[in-house]
Design a protein around this ligand. Structure first.
Ligand SMILES: [Zn+2]
Length: 411
């Protein structure tokens, strides 16, 4: 079997060194110009590999075709090129630890930081692997440059071996996944596939066909602003009302830090403003439509209850749908999930499905008519300085990509 670890390590370290962080405060598409540095590199590399229809779309996605050698479903493979806005992603210095010895990992740029197999049991299973980490001051960006490296390596292998049977494959590298804007309205049509997979998951063997259903909410509180020297009996502080609202919402239950498994939550992500006006931003999450709706109802009830204590204030609550659990669509047609499971078993893996406490580009794509489960890459401790990945894990993911293409070709 071909050894892909050197190629995967080379691709991942090169891609991670490119800053392509997205920015939820930016109104543009893509949200940051720097993501296009990554996209232009991929256009050049795909063209050099001999991929067809290589295209950078007006919304900042890179698309390409690997022509099929046999009839079969047209399958898409996707990864996102942006890195998370939650942590420093500028000046990433990827570091390769060859043949990991199983001990604690320290960081050159932050001596206080350590990554230990005691704290992260999955690491203990990776003794002897080649690990890639950042240097201590930044995230690594394996989320989702690992997905990019896996798909690019599989594409290179298929294009170099035209004798390997495969149906037509479409590749897509999307911007702005981390800020929930990775799937442009045009993407399903431009992609033109029967179904697709994102490579954006964690541990080897994880094939995810279930995500949260998600809404966003914005609560605006307008108080009564007046000079504090003349405020007696007149001033209504939006800050006090915001505090009351937060206090009234559940805190010992129904928050991200107090829930797990299939439980949903209401999470205040941002609060800003002044005594005159406050704006609180929430995300609402649940695996079921009814549960999500109940969380929206609860938030509205709390807003009304706080508003009732101060009739001079004005409180509005706007709830906007974000994405829906992909299971609702995938359970009516299991073809892509079954194909991934069977291909994983062909590789001797024991695939497992764990509901994702988040969303992927695949959640939106599935809802828009392109069934799109999520496949593992090996990435761990994402969105922070302890992010790491094993090259051998990425190799298993690359083989899964090839196995899916082979099985779909009747192999
Ligand atoms: Zn990701």
């Amino acid at each position: 079997m071909t050894d892909f670890t050197a190629e995967l390590t080379d691709r991942l370290t090169r891609y991670c060194a490119i800053d392509s962080q997205s920015d939820s405060d930016s109104p543009t598409s893509p949200s940051t110009e720097i993501q296009l540095d990554m996209q232009r590199l991929l256009v050049d590399e795909l063209t050099a590999l001999g991929a067809q229809d290589v295209q950078l779309t007006p919304y900042g996605a890179v698309l390409a075709t690997i022509p099929g050698t046999v009839a079969g479903p047209t399958i898409g493979f996707l990864a996102h090129v942006d890195t998370a806005p939650q942590f420093n992603a500028t000046g990433v210095k990827p570091r390769v630890i060859k043949g990991y010895n199983g001990g604690a990992i320290t960081y050159p740029d932050d001596p206080a930081l350590t990554l230990t197999p005691e704290a992260f049991p999955y690491l203990a299973q990776k003794q002897g692997h080649d690990l890639i980490t950042a240097s201590g001051l930044t995230l690594l960006g394996a989320d989702d440059k690992a997905g990019v490296a896996i798909i690019m390596t599989a594409a290179r292998h298929l294009l170099a071996n035209p004798d390997l049977p495969r149906p037509t494959l479409r590749l897509a590298f999307t911007p702005d996944e981390e800020i929930g804007r990775g799937v442009d309205a045009q993407l399903p049509k431009d992609l033109g596939v029967d179904f697709a997979y994102t490579f954006d998951g964690g541990k080897v063997g994880e094939i995810e066909d279930e995500t949260f259903s998600a809404d966003g909410a914005v609560v605006t509180i307008k108080g009564v602003s007046i000079h504090p020297g003349y405020a007696t009996g007149k001033l209504v502080s939006a800050i006090h009302l915001a505090g009351k609202l937060i206090q009234t919402l559940p805190q010992a239950t129904m928050t991200p830090e107090t829930t797990e498994g299939r439980e949903g939550f209401i999470h205040a992500t941002d609060m800003k403003g002044s005594a005159a006006e406050m704006k609180i931003t929430f995300i609402l999450r649940d695996f079921e439509r009814e549960g999500l709706e109940a969380k929206g109802t609860l938030l509205r009830q709390v807003c009304e209850a706080v508003a009732a204590t101060e009739p001079r204030a004005e409180i509005t609550c706007t709830i906007t749908p974000q994405y829906r659990n992909m299971r609702y669509w995938l359970e009516s047609d299991r073809t892509p999930v079954d194909l991934a499971y069977e291909s994983a078993r062909d590789l001797g893996l024991d695939p497992v499905s764990i509901p994702i406490r988040g969303g992927t580009d695949g959640s939106r794509l599935t809802e828009m008519g392109v069934p799109c489960p999520n496949l593992f890459t090996g990435m761990q401790n994402i969105h922070g300085p302890l992010e790491w990945i094993s090259a051998q894990d990425m190799q298993v993911a690359t083989r899964l990509c090839l196995a899916i293409a082979g099985r779909a070709a009747g192999g």
